[in-house]
Design a protein around this ligand. Structure first.
Ligand code: CP3
Length: 368
C-alpha cells in the first residue's frame, strides 16, 4: 500500500527537510512510498499513478460554482479558495497527486507586473517587456510576496494526508513569451525577434525570470510540496539549436536549484517531441510528454534514468469507451517500458471534458 499512515514521526531515521534543507524525500519523508513519488524516482509502484494537468478547473461544476464572481487571479490569492479548488479533483477522482491551484503568471503579478487573466484568452500583460530598460520591473520574489501560497500549502499538506502535493511554476521561456508578446501567441515571433536581435537583453530577461521562478518554487518546497513541475508549455516553438542556446541554461539553473531537496522535478512542454533529449539535459527527474510521441519512443529519446509523464490525447475523453480503453491501455503499456511512468494527459484537461470520463480513466489506469 502507499504510505497510508500520515505520521510525521513514522521513521525517525529518515531525513527530514522541513525548511528546504534537503532531506532525501523532501519535506515529507512519510510519503516516500506514495505510488506517484515512487514512479517519479523510477521505482516500481503498486499501481501506475495518475493525475491530470488542469484537473482543477472548468471541467468541474463545483469549480465553476465556487469561482463564479471571483476573478482568476483573486482566487489564486485566497488561501481558502486555493485549498478548496485543489482538493476538489482529489475528492472526485482519487488521483495519485494533487496540484496546487494557481497560475504560472502569479509570481509575476506578486512582484507588481500588471497582468490580467482574461477568460477564454489567457494572460494579458498591460505593458509588454521588449527592451533592457523594462527589465528593472522584474525583481526577485521572496516568501512575503506570496503569503497566501505558504498558507494554502500548509493547509493542503494537512488535508491531503497520504496524497502528495505538486507545486509548479512557469519556465523562463514560457513566462518570457507572455511578457514580450503581451499575451498568448501562436508564433512567438516577437519573443524570437528579441532573442535574435538583442541576445544580451534576452539572456538578462531569462535570468531574472529564472530567479523569480526559483524564488517561487522555493516558497512552495519550504511550505511542504512533495514534487515540482516546471511548465515550459511553449518551448516546442523552438528548434533544438535555439532551445540549447537561449533556453536550456536558464531552465537548467531553475531545476538544479532543487537538486538537493529530495522533491522530484518534472519538466513539461507541448509539441516538444523533437526537444525531448535536450529538455532532459535540463536536469529534471521526470520528463512530461505530449500525445504526439508514443511513450516508449519518448523514453528512448530521453535516455535511461529518467521517468516519463503522459500522454493520453486530451481529446480521447470524447471517444467511445472501447476506443478510450484501448488508448489508455496503449499509453500504460508503452509507459511500462520507461524507467518510471506517471500517467497524465498530453496537455491540460479541456473545459468540455465530462468529469465522469476522467474518473473512469483513473480506474482504467489503476487496474492496468
Ligand atoms: O493543473 C491544475 O489543475 C492547476 C492549475 C493551473 C492553472 N494554470 C489554472 C488556470 C496550472 C498548472 C496552470 C498553468 C498554466 N497557466 C500554464 C502551463 C500549463 C499549460 O496549460 O500549458 C499556462 C500556459 C498558463 C497560462 C494560462 N492561464 C492560460 C493559457 C489560461 C487559459 C485561458 C482560458 O481561459 O482558456 C490561464 C487561465 C487559467 N489558469 C485557468 C485555470 C483553471 C482558466 C481560468 C478560469 O477558470 O477562469
Amino acid at each position: 500500500m502507499c504510505a497510508a499512515a500520515v505520521d510525521p514521526a513514522a521513521d525517525p531515521t529518515e531525513p527530514s527537510g522541513t525548511s528546504g534543507a534537503g532531506g532525501a524525500f523532501g519535506a515529507r519523508p512519510e510519503l516516500r512510498d506514495a505510488p506517484f513519488l515512487r514512479a517519479c524516482r523510477g521505482e516500481p509502484a503498486e499501481h501506475v499513478p495518475v493525475w491530470f494537468m488542469r484537473q482543477a478547473g472548468r471541467a468541474l461544476p463545483e469549480y465553476r460554482r465556487l469561482r463564479a464572481g471571483t476573478a482568476m487571479l483573486d482566487s489564486c490569492r485566497d488561501p481558502d479558495m486555493v485549498t478548496e479548488i485543489t482538493l476538489q479533483p482529489i475528492r472526485r477522482f482519487r488521483t495519485d497527486a494533487a496540484i496546487l491551484f494557481s497560475d504560472i503568471v502569479l509570481p509575476l503579478v506578486a512582484i507588481g507586473v500588471d497582468i490580467d487573466i482574461v477568460a477564454g484568452v489567457g494572460p494579458v500583460v498591460a505593458e509588454p517587456i521588449r527592451d533592457g530598460a523594462a527589465l528593472a520591473r522584474l525583481r526577485p520574489l521572496a516568501g512575503d510576496d506570496v503569503p497566501y501560497v505558504t498558507e494554502a500549502v500548509h493547509t493542503l499538506v494537512r488535508e491531503l494526508g497520504p496524497t502528495p502535493l505538486i507545486g509548479f511554476a512557469g519556465a523562463p521561456f514560457t513566462l518570457a513569451s507572455y511578457l514580450v508578446e503581451g499575451g498568448p501567441s501562436r508564433t512567438h515571433a516577437r519573443t524570437k525577434q528579441l532573442m535574435y536581435s538583442a541576445p544580451q537583453v534576452w539572456h538578462e530577461l531569462a535570468d531574472r525570470l529564472a530567479d523569480i521562478t526559483i524564488g517561487y518554487l522555493r516558497v512552495q518546497v519550504d511550505a511542504g510540496v512533495s514534487a515540482l513541475q516546471l511548465f515550459d508549455s511553449w518551448a516546442g516553438a523552438l528548434d533544438e539549436a535555439d532551445y540549447r542556446r537561449y533556453v536550456l541554461p536558464h531552465s537548467r539553473r531553475v531545476l538544479e536549484a532543487f537538486a538537493g531537496d529530495g522533491v522530484p522535478r518534472i519538466h513539461f512542454g507541448v509539441n516538444t517531441g523533437e526537444l525531448l533529449a535536450v529538455m532532459a539535459e535540463a536536469g529534471a527527474d521526470v520528463v512530461g510528454v505530449d500525445w504526439r510521441v508514443p511513450l516508449d519512443e519518448a523514453a528512448h529519446r530521453i535516455g535511461p534514468g529518467r521517468a516519463v509523464q503522459g500522454n493520453l490525447d486530451p481529446t480521447a475523453v470524447f471517444a467511445p469507451r472501447d476506443v478510450l480503453a484501448e488508448k489508455v491501455h496503449d499509453v500504460c503499456s508503452r509507459g511500462a517500458k520507461a524507467d518510471g511512468h506517471v500517467f497524465n494527459l498530453g496537455h491540460g484537461v479541456l473545459p468540455e471534458t465530462d468529469p465522469d470520463v476522467l474518473a473512469h480513466i483513473v480506474e482504467l489506469v489503476h487496474d492496468f
